[in-house]
Design a protein around this ligand. Sequence first.
Ligand code: AMP
Length: 121
Amino acid sequence: MSETLFTKIINREIPADIVYEDDTTLAFRDINPQAPVHLLIIPKRHIATINDITENDRELVGNLYYVAAKLAKEMGFADDGYRTVMNCGENSGQTVFHIHLHLLAGKPLGWPPYSDKMKQA
Ligand code: AMP
């Protein structure tokens, strides 16, 4: 699958509220937040879905979680708790085909995280 709007955010071709950057990773605020804090943590290299992660990407993908923990501590919600989610494919509701770790925080989060619109089996 081809590159997405997240490549344009990485290249500063469209604006985003960027909260973290290192050599391989970018984090920015979700444009449609589902919690008081809703960040997206992405690799700069384009990987469309979890299914496209290769052995060479193991360190890169691990860094997404390292950055999540680092931001949680720095932004002050590590002890209160938070959720990380990475959707994959149609049944998950993935809409942007460049892997991204959602980091949600700032309120109690329901579980399981189904939308009311989804019919449960
Ligand atoms: P997903 O449904 O897991 O693919 O998540 C895609 C996320 O990208 C959604 O939460 C969107 O709100 C978010 N999103 C889409 N466009 C932008 C944008 N330009 N800046 C920040 N977040 C965005």
